[in-house]
Design a protein around this ligand. Structure first.
Ligand code: KIV
Length: 312
């Protein structure tokens, strides 16, 4: 007789490596399954999410990786750039996203300043994202110069996602959000960055704002899956920012952004309609109201009548 779990079908308990019910169409995404995707040339999908509701919707579509990016500094908190957001602010969002995610691989961004003061501090902060936030990996910006730090964090049993190219936390050093790796020297540096992170053992490498030709070279060179954003179609996967694809960013989108919906219009229309209904007494209707039972209403009438009689 077949059962839901192998043990119930007579399998020995020690043989069970997973208690995922038979027939569950979705598999939990792991570091290993991301590597398999690269080997099998199956594109990896990644989207940012910053709260419970959006994380749950994104996860239920079958997206492979959910990134709680420090871009939440702008999209959720209204800061000008990513530099101000703190570990505690990031953690607040990572915890909410964790509660909405079942199958996607959950990566938390380490914010600026949380891994720049030394390896001990970096490991301590990364461990908070795992222990308190429930993340499955942390992301850090920077290549060759971060390789030793990345190794230290991985040694603490924390998977790390690398991030090279246009790294927004280096805004002031780069002198703006500029495409990186356009000169021969720039290409060579990016190759060194990618190889150093790969050798350090990263789970994947985000490639942001670099020429597609360079992204293709890196993707062919490294074992870790590459996830591109503004890096062309030859990466192992693609990531976009949730607010960008839904027109929730209040500004002109970058060249690589494709809009898949207009949540701004949807929200605006709904809020305007609600406001108009309240102002014109159309909301709430009788059907949207609670009522007393007939008996209580009759008893109330009697009480009110008696009070009116006493006042006369
Ligand atoms: O913070 C973020 O959203 C990111 C992605 C753009 C890769 O780092």
């Amino acid at each position: 007789m077949d059962g839901l779990y192998p043990a119930m079908a007579g399998g020995a308990l020690e043989d069970i490596v997973s208690i995922t019910p038979i027939g569950d169409p979705r598999q939990k995404i792991t570091v290993a399954s991301l590597r398999d995707r690269k080997l099998q040339h199956q594109p990896i999908t990644c989207l940012t999410a910053y709260d419970y509701a959006s994380a749950r919707l994104v996860d239920e579509t079958g997206i492979d990786i959910i990134l709680v990016g420090d871009s939440l500094a702008q999209t959720m908190l209204g800061y000008d750039n990513t530099l101000s957001v703190t570990v505690d602010e990031m953690l607040h969002h990572v915890k909410a996203v964790r509660r909405g995610v079942k199958n996607a691989f959950l990566i938390a961004d380490m914010p600026y300043g949380s891994y720049h003061l030394g390896a001990d501090e970096a490991v301590r902060n990364a461990a908070r994202f795992m222990k308190e936030g429930g993340a499955e990996a942390v992301k850090m910006e920077g290549g060759e110069k971060r390789a030793d730090l990345v190794r230290r964090v991985i040694d603490a049993e924390i998977p790390v996602a690398g991030h090279i190219g246009l790294t927004p936390q280096s805004l002031n050093v780069m002198g703006g959000y500029k495409v990186q790796g356009k000169s021969l020297g720039g290409v060579e540096q990016l190759m060194r960055d990618a190889v150093a992170l790969d050798r350090a053992g990263v789970a994947c490498i985000y490639l942001e704002g670099i020429p597609r030709e360079v992204a293709a070279l890196i993707t062919a060179e490294v074992g870790a899956p590459t996830i591109g954003i503004g890096a062309g179609p030859d990466c192992d996967g693609q990531v976009l920012v949730f607010h960008d694809i839904l027109n929730l960013t209040f500004g002109a989108p970058a060249k690589f952004v494709r809009r898949y919906g207009d949540a701004a219009a949807l929200i605006s229309d709904a809020v305007q309609a609600f406001r108009a209904d309240v102002v014109s007494h159309q909301y709430p209707s009788d059907n949207e109201s609670y009522h007393l039972s007939r008996e209580t209403q009759q008893a109330l009438e009697t009480v009110l009548e008696r009070k009116r009689g006493m006042r006369r």
